[in-house]
Design a binder for this molecule. Structure first.
Ligand code: PA5
Length: 431
């Protein structure tokens, strides 16, 4: 199970020593009793228990049937309808899967999360020569970016395979009743999965939104859900700050925020967690950034970014704190070989694995950043697996909701996202 090493003692170096537990325990009660703001969007709280075995079986069998005819599966979606699946898939899959011959499972690629024309044309070039299927995801069914990408993909798929076969290769995940995508899916007779009404986009990774793409990539969604269930049990069984890791995390972030630490840099030392951090940024950014409040969620991969952002973190403006996703055990072992000439002077590292050196870099960085007055929160992850990712997803969702309640805002809406859309529609002359 993941643990939080909040470096509270170290964090408290920057904080009043006796911060009362009451606000976070009140936020917790509001959340678990479902009496807080946005309580019609709390379906995610119970998802690990409510996802039925029938639904899981249907997702797994759909993934299997798509994989039978597709080398590539294109997942069309943006924001919460995209990032959770990508976070889990990229964390677990071989980093060079795209270039490996004889993959047992399809390569999952993504579209409709930008309006990059070159990107999408490049994807179409690839789809000219690869067999593929499409999973189109939109809760509202009206989001412009995925809708444009899907229109292009649908036309391509129908031209390549014919209308009837294209219909078999397209799966839609959307609202049960409303939205343009729902209408289209019904008319075209696409296989369809439902996004529950009471689960918002960025909390939807444990619905078919995340589960189907993850199953298509060959990963075990039962284990992912089991991990989330384990974390849910832990959090619901511990109503006090002293023993509840999500409360501890939310509490520490809130105290740091009140001490003018307005930017949280989430850091991983394993590059495959890059998209997990992207998912985190979206979850916390859209949930907490409201009413002139909220911690700005940023991300970095170390040691890579120590050679770009490191200088700023060590000596720049003191408005940030770090949350490190610290991975205890990695899947591979790559020892540093002995070299007779030792021209690079690395023989002292002989027999150490790259991961051991990476962990030492992590500890050295933590000490340096603490000395530079950057509070450090550590979330210790025993390994990167489906189960642990399930725990992490639920942990962050729960912590995020608590954080929103501590700020006295609704963590489940996103009114600010409409501003760019209405300008864009006006400039495009939409009626
Ligand atoms: O978290 C959210 O609600 C948003 O990020 C949405 O997921 C995103 O805007 C995509 O919306 P939709 O699924 O309606 O296309």
């Amino acid at each position: 199970m993941i643990t939080t090493k909040l470096s509270i003692a170290e964090a408290q170096y920057f904080l009043p020593l006796t911060a009362p537990a009451a606000p976070v325990e009140k936020a917790y009660q509001e959340l678990v009793s479902k009496t807080g703001k946005g309580n019609d969007f709390l379906g995610w709280l119970d998802l690990p228990e409510t996802v039925s075995t029938d639904l899981i079986a249907e997702i797994n069998s759909t993934a299997k049937s798509l994989a039978a005819t597709a080398e590539v599966i294109v997942v069309v979606g943006i924001g919460g309808s995209y990032l959770g699946a990508r976070a889990v898939i990229e964390a677990l899959q071989h980093p060079f899967k795209a270039l490996l011959p004889h993959n047992k499972t399809p390569l999952v690629l993504f579209a409709g999360n930008s309006m990059g024309e070159d990107y999408h044309k490049g994807l179409m070039d690839l789809l000219d020569i690869k067999d593929y299927a499409v999973i189109v995801i939109s809760k509202s069914g009206t989001t412009t970016e995925p809708a444009i990408a899907f229109r292009i993909l649908k036309e391509h798929c129908e031209k390549k395979y014919g209308k009837l076969e294209a219909q078999k290769r397209i799966v839609a995940i959307t609202d049960e009743k409303k939205g343009a995508l729902k209408k289209l899916a019904t008319e075209e007779n696409y296989r369809t999965f439902v996004i529950p009404d009471d689960v918002g986009g960025r909390y939807s990774v444990l619905t078919p939104v995340g589960l189907l793409p993850i199953a298509c990539a060959g990963f075990n969604i039962e284990k992912l859900i089991a991990g989330a269930k384990k974390m849910r049990n832990h959090l619901l069984q511990h109503p006090h700050l002293s023993e509840n890791i999500a409360m501890q995390y939310a509490h520490t972030r809130f105290l740091l925020y009140k001490e003018d630490k307005k930017l949280e840099l989430v850091v991983a030392y394993e590059p495959q967690l890059f998209f997990f951090i992207e998912w985190f940024k979206q979850l916390f950014g859209e949930s907490d950034g409201k009413a002139g409040k909220g911690i700005f969620p940023a991300g970095a991969v170390f040691s890579t970014d120590l050679h770009s952002l490191g200088q700023y973190i060590q000596e720049g403006e003191r408005h940030l704190f770090e949350t490190v996703l610290s991975v205890e055990k990695v899947a591979s072992h790559l020892p540093i070989p002995f070299d007779h000439n030792d021209l690079d002077g690395l023989n002292y590292l002989q027999q150490k694995s790259m991961h051991e050196i990476n962990l030492t870099a992590e500890e050295g960085t933590r000490l340096a950043h603490l000395a530079g007055e950057v509070p450090n929160i550590r979330i210790v992850i025993p390994e990167i697996s489906e189960e642990i990712l399930g725990e992490l997803i639920y942990f962050f969702e729960f912590s995020c909701a608590l954080g929103g309640y501590l700020l006295n805002i609704n963590p489940f809406d996103q009114p600010g996202v409409e501003a760019y859309k209405s300008n864009m529609f006006r400039l495009l002359g939409k009626k």
